[in-house]
Design a protein around this ligand. Structure first.
Ligand SMILES: O=C(O)c1cccc(C(=O)CC[C@H]2O[C@@H](n3cnc4c(=O)[nH]cnc43)[C@H](O)[C@@H]2O)c1
Length: 250
């Protein structure tokens, strides 16, 4: 069975960057509707197909969209082996500078738990659910190597999924202390990961840093630079994506 990959972004600008990078090596294969008013943009490579989906902002919207795309693929007997959550993100200062890339070694729901007088308690400690998808080295390693080969600055680390963008130093410090391996925060990775895991697909998160995690400073955002980096990463990854083994996260 050919290797099939689904790349999920939150918004169209991110999907445009990914598509721009893919088309340096992959052939456009048209568009396909997905139930729920979604559209897949399709690309063909020598090793299999890559589909790009705009799944919406936030973990709930993107999980629903990713689930719809995965279900369509399963019903069509063309399941995805790998799902990639891609887009812009906030980078933790000192770990992921503006314009650089982050490859996930873990995808973490940073606020899926309970606040208690003793502090935050993740769902695992409450006795239900999970808040972490660990990404195997077999996925993270080749992707990071492809970015190195293309000369693209990157960090390998945890990517936090939040429902509220961090806007204060106190919140940034609390997240960094609770998740010392975190390199970036965004709003979709965990939703994509939950949908992928439900279908037995491997999952990876790839982020380009548009802003620092910390006090809100809209003037300091570098969304254009991040979208340019995302495009370069997509181009660099086409050969690597086709060689990755399908390994679900743990
Ligand atoms: O209004 C603000 O202060 C603000 C700051 C950063 C980002 C936003 C967004 O609405 C973008 C959300 C969108 O982009 C991803 N993203 C980018 N930077 C971050 C971040 O620092 N923390 C969380 N998400 C971020 C996210 O995945 C969404 O798709 C607003």
């Amino acid at each position: 069975m050919p290797h099939r990959i689904l790349i999920v972004t939150a918004v169209a600008a991110e999907a445009d960057s990914v598509a721009g990078g893919l088309t340096t090596l992959a052939r456009p294969g048209g568009e396909l509707p997905v139930p729920g008013g979604l559209v897949l943009r399709r690309y063909a490579t020598e090793r299999g197909g890559i589909d790009v989906l705009v799944g919406g902002v936030g973990p709930a919207a993107v999980a629903a969209a990713t689930g719809a795309a995965l279900t369509r693929a399963a019903l069509a007997a063309e399941p995805y082996g790998l799902v990639v959550s891609a887009g812009i993100a906030g980078g933790f200062p000192g770990r992921a500078p503006l314009g650089s890339l982050v490859v996930s070694d873990a995808i973490v729901a940073a606020d899926l738990g309970a606040d208690t007088p003793e502090g935050y308690v993740p769902v695992e400690e409450l006795g239900f659910g999970r808040s972490v998808h660990r990404v195997p080295d077999a996925l993270t390693g080749p992707v990071a190597a492809a970015l190195v080969a293309a000369g693209l600055p990157h960090t390998t680390g945890g990517v936090l999924t939040v429902s509220t963008v961090t806007g204060s130093a106190a919140r940034a410090d609390a997240l960094a202390a609770r998740h010392p391996g975190a390199a970036a925060e965004a709003m979709e990775g965990f939703g994509v990961a939950e949908a992928a895991a439900a279908h037995g697909a491997a999952v990876l998160e790839l982020r380009a840093v548009s802003n620092a995690v910390g006090p809100r400073d809209r003037a300091a955002w570098r969304i254009g630079d991040a979208l340019t980096a995302l495009r370069a990463a997509a181009a660099a990854l086409v050969p690597a994506l086709g060689t990755l083994k399908d390994r679900p996260c743990s």
